[in-house]
Design a protein around this ligand. Structure first.
Ligand code: 5GP
Ligand code: ZN
Length: 115
């Protein structure tokens, strides 16, 4: 799927907008969230544009698996290994950028249920 020119995360993938990239894989890249909610807060995004995680799971399940692997690897490298992986899906669930991204959160305790 071609990059969506007005999509913020397509533009970060293309290098048009700067980001602190911490992992670059075949199908995904990971960069630090600009407004971190934990000591480690990294966004793992597909290189190709998909609107959300459900669309990604249908189109490219290997990319979804790579996202989980990258998240686990980051949590081991930067924290104790435990992590939360959040895919806000749809505006009512808190999604504000409509290019699939997993929030990898680690380095502190997390409450449940989420807000
Ligand atoms: P969502 O609300 O869609 O689940 O998550 C979007 C995330 O993208 C937010 O946590 C927000 O802080 C982050 N974000 C928004 N704009 C930028 C940006 O330009 N650069 C980076 N690194 N993160 C961004
Ligand atoms: Zn995009």
């Amino acid at each position: 799927m071609a990059a969506v020119t007005e999509c913020l995360f397509c533009r970060i993938v293309a290098g048009e907008i700067p980001a602190e990239v911490v992992r670059a894989g075949d199908r995904v890249i990971a960069f630090r969230d600009v407004n971190p909610q934990a000591p480690t807060h990294v966004l793992v995004v597909s290189r190709e544009h998909h609107d959300n995680v459900a669309a990604l799971a249908l189109a490219d399940p290997e990319a979804l698996a790579e996202m989980v692997t990258v998240g686990a690897d980051l949590a081991k490298a930067e924290a104790e290994g435990d992590f939360r992986l959040v895919f806000n899906t749809g505006a009512e669930a808190g999604q504000s950028v409509f290019h699939v991204h997993g929030h990898v959160l680690a380095g502190r305790d997390f409450g449940w249920p989420p807000g």
